[in-house]
Write a protein that binds this ligand. Structure first.
Ligand code: AMP
Ligand code: GLY
Length: 426
């Protein structure tokens, strides 16, 4: 079948790399894609939220499956757009309905969902402009640090961990009264700070049953030793040594199973990925957040580690046989190290020529493009996170070393990458 993949980051590059290996995949199209995805299929210059152009592309290219990379089209209802249009209803959409995508699109929705289904998460309260005074009192009495979250999507910037009550009150005022994130912060969730190690677990579900397709640890801070500003993610490793059978059993019993049962009981239409953002608090898993998509750069380790045909899993999800699927993993450790443009996550330059992409990388490594574009055959940077190198190794140290070696031969002006990905497991 012909498949259309939406998105343009490293996640989509990794999904494209994995999907074209499938015998179910005839032609792959990526909208809009990047210079890396064009190695695996045909890029279409269409925005991920231009539903009518996406429809036209699906009809023109006889698409049978739509795989949605980022959250925005899901939260904006691409699933519902396809399921209610008679000319698109035959297309399998990998991604939840808009209603179910609120698990990511609304922090208050996801907190209430977790509360209804007894899923472990930080204690919280939610406030709006109408309850602003109560919110201030709540903050004044809250333990520190305290976490404030804009309810809606805020491009990854809507969460503040305040160390003092004064800072928390200031952030609360910005969000609610000054609408710092527009409508996204007209409601604010205030929650307890969880002390622990953050990890991500990924499942594929049809809203009734699920399969775990991988897990990873992401390195979010820009600086070595986990210092400096938060980023989209500077690297990942999988498997994570402390996510052993016992921990994963707790995750499945206390978190994944009740989540899928909750979707089913509430008749939320969900056919796609669930990203469980977890905090390991002294060996006990808590949900920090749900995402209705794969992670980036988590996908760049999860897809390479997955042995099973991903398109086969999507088809099984669609035809009710997901429960029978056999999900297998390669035994090696996998690591990815992200190269970013100087200045990221603050201001950075674009359109910088990249060299070293043609080097032979062998069977143990893959270069995934994130923010790149092609200009007359020259690959240029087009984002903060530019490219990531994933490698297999007998252990995490070996995998990271291979990626760093390859990155050492790639360059663009101001290029930076963390040299210490996986440091605590060496
Ligand atoms: P979110 O958008 O909910 O993933 O939050 C962004 C980041 O803030 C997370 O990746 C965590 O690092 C951190 N965070 C969010 N909620 C909490 C919490 N309750 N306790 C500690 N850290 C948190
Ligand atoms: N790497 C974190 C995310 O994709 O949200």
């Amino acid at each position: 079948m012909n498949i259309l993949l939406l998105g343009s980051g490293g996640r989509e590059n990794a999904l494209a790399w994995k999907m074209v290996k499938s015998h179910h995949c005839d032609q792959l199209f990526i909208a809009p894609g990047n210079a890396g995805t064009s190695q695996y299929g045909t890029n279409l210059a269409i925005s991920v939220t231009d539903f009518s152009a996406i429809k036209q592309a699906c009809l023109e290219h006889a698409i049978r499956m739509l795989v949605v990379g980022p959250e925005e089209p899901l939260v904006k209802g691409i699933y519902d757009f396809f399921s209610t249009d008679p000319s698109l209803q035959h297309i399998t959409v990998v991604g939840p309905s808009a209603e179910a995508a609120q698990l990511e699109g609304s922090k208050a929705f996801s907190k209430k969902f977790m509360q209804r289904h007894g899923i472990p998460t930080a204690g919280y309260a939610e406030f709006t402009a109408d309850t602003y005074g109560e919110g201030k009192t709540y903050i004044a009495q809250h333990s520190l640090p305290v976490v404030l979250k804009a309810d809606g999507l805020a491009a990854g910037k809507g969460v503040v961990i305040a160390a003092t009550t004064e800072e928390a009150l200031r952030v609360f005022e910005e969000m609610i009264l000054h609408k710092q994130f527009g409508d996204a912060s007209s409601k604010v969730v205030i929650e307890e700070f969880l002390q622990g190690i953050e990890v991500s677990v990924f499942a594929l579900t049809d809203g009734e049953v699920y399969q775990v397709i991988g897990h990873a640890k992401d390195y979010k801070r820009i600086g070595e030793g986990d210092t400096g500003l938060n980023t989209g993610g500077m690297g990942c490793v999988s498997p994570v040594p402390f996510m052993d059978e016992l921990f994963m059993q707790k995750v499945e019993e206390r978190i994944i199973r009740p989540t899928i049962e909750g979707l089913s009981k509430e008749k939320l239409n969900y056919h796609g990925f669930v990203f469980f953002g977890l905090m390991n608090v002294g060996g006990e898993p808590y949900v920090i957040e749900y995402n209705c998509r794969m992670g980036d750069p988590e996908t760049e380790v999860v897809m390479p580690r997955l042995q099973t045909d991903i398109v086969g899993l999507f088809a099984a999800m669609d035809n009710g046989t997901l429960i029978d699927a056999n999900v297998e993993f390669y035994p090696q450790s996998v690591a990815t190290v992200m190269a970013v443009s100087g200045g990221y996550p603050g201001d950075y330059r674009k359109n910088l020529p990249i060299s070293g992409l043609e080097q032979p990388v062998g069977n143990d490594s893959i270069i995934f493009h994130a923010g790149t574009r092609s200009d007359n055959g020259q690959v240029l940077t087009s984002g903060g996170r530019v490219l990531t190198v994933t490698s297999y190794g007998n252990n995490i140290g070996e995998a990271v070393a291979k990626s760093k070696n390859i990155l050492g031969k790639i360059s663009f002006e101001g290029m930076y990458f963390r040299k210490d990905i996986g440091y605590e497991f060496l």
